[in-house]
Design a protein around this ligand. Structure first.
Ligand SMILES: [Zn+2]
Length: 410
């Protein structure tokens, strides 16, 4: 499997690049027009229709004619979905062929016309530079906008590795809680900032009183962008930590299947406050899962998805289901008296399910090693000995959880 990452660089532009970007946009719009008129169904046929014409009319290097058709085709596709008239508005430029440009350290040479080049001085941090230095990564496409250059690097990734344990994560709106087969302490990542950002930016916009739709729209776009960027960078940090920790221990990552999360929290489906419903429905669970999945694949860590039905209502110690559970943050089992945080209980249930056991005793000083097989009657002989190293023994969960503060510590 081939995976692609991108490294973003800042650069100082020149007039030639600006002109090139504008010309490329015109080429894309030409190709879009041809594509619409001929009702092209495939990328390839669009290239066949436009390639020579674009090359002759604009006189740019050959790589741009093909790239413009590619970009045009994807814009047509995307706008069909949105039912809008396709049009390339933003200035951007793509070079698909890595042989068309040259990069020596941070000096980028891109072609303009045949035999004519321009140079861009890139600026990037240590992270970007390390990606360029990594010998296992291959340079692929290049994306230039008026203020950045994105260099795509690709890597051939092998099958996921054989792992020695599992980490299960329960995603909540305020935190991401993980339990592991090799450690007693739950891992808690505080993500309450995401709800805070949403609230804060909604508040800023609601205070906007001027009756001007255009400015209002522009403001909403600006704050939406800010909110998304902050959320994205937070999720980026969390997913990175989760994958790093799994890679260090050689663990599989267990996550919940999110298929019906929106449906479960539709209006009127269950009694919950409007604010809670809103927070759940705007929380970017998908983005976090996607980021974890992607980063895990990059490190060859397998990811498993488990049906989360009743994970918060089931007791991870005895397997009984507490149907009367509402919004209490503390889980107290009416059958066996186990007490632990609601999120840790849910994460433990995910881990139990993925290990194929129904419940695992881990009350401090309690009956360690009493686990139940799915469907087996209570008191059946244990199949998993939780006191053995490498199995999910849990110890005293009531002890202080280690909450990982994000962004404040390096
Ligand atoms: Zn219980």
């Amino acid at each position: 499997m081939k995976l692609v990452k991108s490294a973003k660089f800042a650069y100082t532009g020149n007039e030639e690049v600006t002109r090139l970007l504008e010309t490329f946009r015109s080429m894309v719009n030409d190709a879009i027009r041809v594509g619409l008129e001929s009702k092209t169904k495939s990328r390839f046929s669009l290239v066949k229709l436009c390639y020579h014409d674009l090359r002759q009319r604009y006189g740019l290097h050959q790589t741009y004619a093909g790239a413009a058709c590619e970009v045009a085709f994807s814009i047509i596709k995307k706008h069909q979905k949105w039912q809008r008239r396709p049009y390339a508005g933003r200035l951007m430029l793509k070079i698909d062929d890595c042989r068309a440009y040259k990069l020596s350290y941070l000096l980028l040479r891109i072609p303009i016309a045949p035999g004519h080049y321009t140079f861009l001085q890139l600026r990037g941090g240590e992270h970007q530079l390390s990606m360029l230095r990594d010998p296992s990564l291959k340079l692929s496409a290049l994306l230039i906008t008026p203020d950045s250059v994105d260099i795509m690097v690709s890597k051939e990734v092998l099958e996921p590795m054989k792992t020695e344990g599992k980490d299960a994560y329960d995603l909540n709106i305020a935190n991401v809680t993980g339990v592991s087969t090799s450690s007693k302490e739950p891992m808690v990542y505080d993500v309450s900032d995401i709800v805070r950002f949403n609230k804060k930016y909604a508040q800023v916009l609601s205070h906007f009183r001027r009756n001007d739709r255009r400015i209002g729209k522009r403001l909403a776009a600006k704050y939406g962008r800010k909110r998304r960027n902050r959320t994205k960078s937070l999720l980026h940090v969390v997913s990175k930590r989760i994958v790093q920790s799994a890679a260090k221990d050689k663990h599989t990552i267990v996550l919940e299947k999110l298929t019906h999360i929106r449906k479960r929290h539709e209006r009127g489906r269950q009694r919950e406050r409007r604010a809670t419903r809103h927070a759940i429905n705007t929380w970017p669970f998908w983005i976090l899962q996607k980021a974890i999945k992607y980063k895990a694949a990059w490190e060859q860590i397998p990811v498993e998805f488990i049906d989360p039905k009743n994970t918060s209502r089931t007791c991870s110690a005895c397997g009984s289901v507490n149907k009367r559970l509402r919004f209490e943050r503390e889980w107290r089992c009416p059958s066996c008296g186990a007490m632990l945080s609601r999120d840790v209980n849910a994460a433990r249930n995910l881990l139990n399910r993925s290990l194929g056991v129904q419940a695992m005793r881990f009350v401090a000083g309690g009956l360690v090693g009493e686990a139940m097989v799915r469907g087996a009657p209570r008191g059946a002989p244990p199949i998993v000995d939780a006191s053995q190293p490498g199995s999910p023994s849990a110890g005293a969960v009531s002890s202080a959880e280690s909450v990982v503060q994000l962004g404040r510590r390096k």
